[in-house]
Ligand binder design. Structure first.
Ligand SMILES: NC(=O)c1ccc[n+]([C@@H]2O[C@H](COP(=O)([O-])OP(=O)(O)OC[C@H]3O[C@@H](n4cnc5c(N)ncnc54)[C@H](OP(=O)(O)O)[C@@H]3O)[C@@H](O)[C@H]2O)c1
Length: 328
């Protein structure tokens, strides 16, 4: 598979693999199949894995650590801190945003241990902390670079002004945010900022959390406890509107004789060599299908048609609390 360059010389496969759903948020899990998926990725040329401290929490990093054991050097491992898992008074996991230098240092040690490695290739701040100046957070991350514990710094869901301040503190290699056929707002200001500064874009949820693949048409088809069951885009009138969008993706994919998931990924890949989508899956069958998206060519006419014919998504990508923590 072709390689792409994020910022600061960080080279990764054109498609990454999102590991979140293997342990969290998306219903039932199958750890042996997920470990096999991570191993199969390498055979397909996909070396870029995405995880986070808070996925599970902790269990997803442990799963990735088991899956890469013995082949760690062949992967580019990205993980995230800053949405700190803590137990509430009932013993349940809850999360707080914490960009403090103390939390940077605490988190990295846990992630290194769970991943079974002595270095993290790309370490992101998962959500911005409005109470801690970005210079302090990134300053602490820069110290980890000096110590060799992390090789590159990333931010997730950061707004242009904060990206600039962060980059002035220590060179940023990648910004991760949601980007797909139905989430394009970053094209207005974030993407131009990244291009100006030479920072790569890691596109999360490039399949619209699975919806653009046509995999489910109603939240009732998802497992109990799947967080998408209450997502603003998957419920009520928004769902009805978005089904028309998914149907259009299916129609365009059919015309090109590819699957809707492949069309959705090919579109993200076509947005520039500095854009790397990280589709998530728990299983080898979808991984193999998705890997073939790198061979799908979209012409200028195809891209223009997509722009002209695809309706806007209805509904926010997160609930109110979630929206308050993104693009900060
Ligand atoms: N930085 C952040 O705040 C943030 C937020 C969300 C996600 N992420 C990262 O981005 C990664 C990807 O995002 P995502 O998992 O939310 O969404 P996604 O990649 O848009 O979609 C994942 C969903 O699509 C399904 N799927 C994958 N390939 C398919 C195919 N070929 N046909 C049909 N269905 C298919 C998966 O099914 P199965 O899982 O059942 O195989 C899963 O339900 C995550 O794993 C995570 O690492 C980051």
């Amino acid at each position: 598979m072709e390689k792409r360059q994020l910022g600061q010389g960080l080279e990764v496969s054109a498609l990454g693999l999102g590991c979140m759903g293997m342990s969290a948020f998306y219903g039932e899990t199958d750890e042996p199949e997920s470990e096999a998926t991570i191993q199969r990725a390498l055979e397909l040329g996909i070396d870029f894995l995405d995880t986070a401290e808070m996925y599970g929490p902790f269990r997803n990093e442990e799963l990735v650590g088991r899956a890469i054991a013995g082949r760690r050097d062949q992967y580019v491992i990205a993980t995230k801190f800053g949405v700190r898992p803590i137990r509430n008074e009932n013993g349940e996991w809850t999360r707080v945003r914490d960009g403090s230098p103390e939390n940077v240092r605490r988190s990295v040690e846990g992630s290194l241990q769970r991943l079974g490695t002595d270095r993290i290739d790309l370490y992101y701040q998962h959500r911005m902390d409005p109470d801690v100046p970005i210079e302090e957070t990134v300053g602490a991350m820069g110290e980890l670079v000096t110590e060799g514990k992390i090789l590159h710094i990333g931010l997730s869901e950061a707004a242009p002004e904060r990206i600039r301040k962060a980059h002035a503190t220590h060179p940023i290699s990648a910004v991760q945010t949601e980007y797909s056929l139905w989430t394009r707002d970053l094209e207005a200001d974030i993407l131009p900022t990244l291009r100006e500064l030479g920072i790569g874009l890691v596109a999360y949820s490039p399949l619209g959390r699975g919806f653009l693949s046509g995999r489910f048409k109603s939240p009732e088809e998802l497992d109990e406890g799947d967080f998408r069951r209450n997502g603003p885009r998957f419920t009520g009138d928004n769902l009805e509107a978005n089904l028309a969008l998914a149907a259009k993706v299916e129609e365009l994919a059919g015309e090109k004789d590819v699957t809707p998931a492949q069309l959705a990924l090919a579109w993200v890949l076509a947005q520039g060599d500095d854009v790397v989508p990280i589709p998530g899956t728990k299983r080898r069958s979808y991984l193999e299908q998705n890997a073939a998206a790198v061979d799908v060519e979209l012409t200028d006419d195809d891209l223009a048609r997509i722009d002209a014919e695809l309706p806007e998504a209805a509904g926010d990508r997160y609930d109110k609390a979630g929206m308050a923590s993104v693009n900060l």
